[in-house]
Design a protein around this ligand. Structure first.
Ligand SMILES: [Zn+2]
Length: 458
């Protein structure tokens, strides 16, 4: 995640890992998931799930630790209208008294399918619980907002068969593969995927939508998908499009390999969403002001957004600090390597912003100098080390002052660490081409390769 103005208010909860009961042994049967976004303009997402079940106790949980958020999500506050049904009858559920993300029920004899419905009410503004994800003309769907899953299961093993309805005339994009077939306009079904991949593949939709090919003629497709509050806001100049294509080329030059089937930048441009970015394996969820491409000053402040989230596909998804590679979304994450995850990414975000042509070398140097000057007045480093700010991430990450200080410090730490390894030409004039980082030891530790979202053949 690229740090922006943060939310306030952290909920610290004790987690009890509850017995999965009837869910055991059923994790390979796909959960049918239907999400209706046609009320997005009214700030409501409707969701229906069908779980294959057996009679007996069952606990379903709402995803709590979302990769890239670095602290428990507060979105559950806005998950409402929860109903469990089976055999044509309502099934009573009860929230766990301590783990508020867990919902218990007992499946009656003879019931083989549990239907669960919920409505997600999108906040109109940030600062309450979750963040706004829709305007009247743009909507972003992080699937974790609208799903439950059997407690105690591995998110790599729980399968979902997702489908979507979007408002009439709206287009959409997601990293998920579409299934072929004729359907009503605005309806789509996607490949059956693990819960891990589902949560990692948000969907962007909007009334004004444009897709740019960032790698024309190449085997691995790269696209920039823009949904905006106006048609004019979706337009890139030829020069800006060339910079985006250069970004793709620079990243390949940097790593020397790609691990995804394709890559989709999802970019929501609306003044009604909170500017932010969230990394994913084959896509990124980027949100920025409507006039990002129309106002040079706005663009200059956002140059590192897309490179930052794109870099995370390698540093954060393909390779992930061990403490962040958890078995499911209820298991707490450990953030002691977070500033490798975020600091190194932030450094390469600004570096690649310049390498792609959005910034001149002089602008890059000014940015680095501003970061150094900013840190100069921050005394936090005098009483605790950088690692402590990372371990404390679930408390500090959304606290702007502390977090930004730590994040910026990590940028310089990353630069110094790389320079010590004789990569003296890394910064040179300010944006000389960095050495390839493939397989390198990053500040002394090799980030573990993880099973979830592992490498895919090109
Ligand atoms: Zn980040």
């Amino acid at each position: 995640m690229r740090l922006t103005a943060g939310r306030t208010g952290i909920v610290c909860l004790i987690i009890l890992l509850l017995c999965g009961g009837a869910a055991r042994g059923q994790e390979n049967a796909a959960v049918r998931l239907e999400v209706d976004l046609r009320d997005a303009a009214k700030r409501v997402y409707h969701s229906k799930m069908e779980f294959p079940v057996k009679p007996g106790p069952l606990t379903l949980v709402y995803p709590k630790w979302i990769p890239g958020e670095h602290s428990p999500t507060e979105a559950i506050v806005d998950a409402t209208g929860l109903h469990f049904r089976g055999g044509g009858k309502e099934i009573a559920w009860r929230r766990d008294d301590v783990d508020l993300y867990a919902f218990r029920c007992t499946i009656p004899a003879g019931v083989t399918t549990l239907e669960v419905t919920l409505d997600y009410l999108l906040p109109a503004e940030s600062g309450t619980a979750g963040v706004p994800s829709a305007s009247a003309r743009v909507a972003v769907l992080p699937w974790n907002l609208v799903v439950l899953y059997p407690d105690g299961t591995n998110s790599d093993e729980v399968k979902f068969a997702p489908s979507i309805r979007v408002p009439d005339g709206w287009k959409f994009a997601t990293a998920l593969q579409l299934l072929p077939g004729n359907r009503a306009e605005g309806a789509a079904e996607f490949e059956t995927v693990s819960l891990t991949t589902l949560v990692d593949s948000p969907l962007l939709t909007g009334a004004f939508f444009k897709t740019y090919d960032l790698a024309p003629g190449q085997k691995t497709e790269h696209r920039l998908n823009i949904a905006a509050d106006s048609s004019a806001a979706t337009a890139l100049t030829n020069e800006e499009l060339q910079h985006m294509r250069q970004l793709v080329s620079e990243m390949e030059a940097l790593f020397g390999a790609r691990h995804y089937r394709h890559y989709d930048f999802l970019l929501a441009l609306s003044d009604h969403l909170q500017p932010n970015g969230l990394e994913h394996h084959e896509s990124s969820d980027n949100r920025a002001p409507e006039r990002m491409w129309m106002d040079p000053d706005t663009l200059e402040t956002l140059v590192d957004l897309l490179p930052h989230e794109y870099f995370h596909s390698w540093n954060g998804k393909y390779r992930r600090p061990a403490g962040l590679a958890t078995r499911n979304y209820q298991e707490p994450m450990k953030g002691d390597l977070l500033w490798v995850y975020e600091g190194l990414t932030q450094y390469y975000g600004v570096m690649l912003g310049a390498r792609s042509g959005f910034w001149t070398p002089g602008q890059l140097r000014e940015t680095l100098a501003a970061t150094a000057a900013y840190l100069n007045d921050r005394p936090g480093r005098t009483w605790r080390d950088l690692e402590d700010t990372a371990i404390s991430a679930q408390l500090l990450y959304v606290r702007a002052t502390a977090v930004r200080s730590a994040a910026r410090g990590s940028v310089l730490a990353a630069v110094r660490g790389l320079l010590r390894r004789k990569h003296a030409d890394l910064v040179g004039s300010g944006c000389d081409h960095p050495k390839r980082v493939k397989g390198t030891k990053i500040v002394g530790r090799v980030l573990p390769e993880i099973s979830r979202n592992g490498p895919r053949s090109d």
